[in-house]
Design a protein around this ligand. Sequence first.
Ligand code: NZQ
Ligand code: ZN
Length: 387
Amino acid sequence: MQNFTFQNTTKIVFGRDTEEEVGQYTAEHGSKVLLHYGGGSIKKYGTYDKVVESLKKAGVDYVELGGVEPNPKLSLVKEGIKLAREENVDFILAVGGGSVIDSAKAISVGYFYDGDVWDFFTREAEITEALPIGVVLTIPAAGSESSGASVVTKMDGMYKRDIGSDLIRPQFAIMNPEITFTLPNYQTACGAVDIMAHIMERYFTNTENVELTDRLSESALKTIIKNVPEVLKNNEDYAARAEVMWTGTIAHNNLLGTGREEDWSSHGIEHELSGIYDVAHGAGLAVVFPAWMEYVYQHDLERFAQFAVRVWDVDPDFKDLEWTARQGIKKTREFFKSIGMPVTLEGLDVPADRLEEMAEKATENGPIGNFVKLDTEDVLNIYKSAL
Ligand code: NZQ
Ligand code: ZN
């Protein structure tokens, strides 16, 4: 196990009706709030009304900016910074999923910065200050509700890039599984893949003696594998929705990464897909992750065999470690298919004509990943193997 520090400061408020308490939690941090949300699901399903009522009850003043698109765009972030400054807000409340939360985080760092907020995403500027933010989560997926990361797309050049800092970790995240009852099955499935990917990006590591985090990761994966099919069958299964929602946070609050080197190349490879083709992040990962596994599994057959046996209950063939390892990859892909996810670029409607460009962009700062370092040609091979 490697040395590590672990601190996750986001207060989690979990359970039925908890969004009705958002006013009181917000009032602990600010008095004038930017209420940030997406394309309208929160208005359609009543969450907006409950949040606004709670803010009013707590005496919190607010201005609002909706319209965050999935794969949030830099242009709206800039609009948000301008509005937040004009209105002198001191807190941002994100009501939505990863896209809304990430947009709020970008606004929170841009608020104090005189230059172009994109400078943070290109590493030309360093984050030293940010407005505090809070979250009412409406979809378990990105884990942004307690992560220190934000991913935003700049349409000029189609760059999807991230920033990371403890300063943008939300102060609180309100998580009511009932709010997720209205998710379309496709979004639930995309979220499930993203949650699994966040665990697997950490699971496939070269660090030895990480038994606790291995076993925590395996149970988190099994929880998703068991509960997501139940949720897809019955969208209003509270018990199963709650398991999925809490696992989504645990998958990405960095507990499962403690003491171990993490990989993250599949995310880098996927971000080119959602950056250029605007596909859902989770659907892109359903294509990329098994393709990445096929490409690298021989690097550590034992780890892949352990994954197959412990996560997918594969009956091991002790004489044929490679066969056992491959079964885990096969089961992963089959599971993604079974929950309605595409597992090829064709299924994702991504044509083959820009693969070189995406491979170049994914590796523009050098090789990616840690489990196995991937250069431009490796990334291109992975895209090609997913056609
Ligand atoms: O916009 P609205 O109308 O709200 O609809 C959304 C959106 O269309 C809908 N939705 C959300 N909650 C709903 C609902 N529909 C019905 N009922 C509800 N309760 O779902 C759609 C997708 O929302 P989005 O926020 O885009 O989903 P997700 O949470 O998967 O976020 C994806 C973004 O997060 C980034 C991804 O790259 C992507 O841009 N990520 C952020 C990370 C982070 N900050 O730590 C890590 C992740 O790896 C990921 O990269
Ligand atoms: Zn992700």
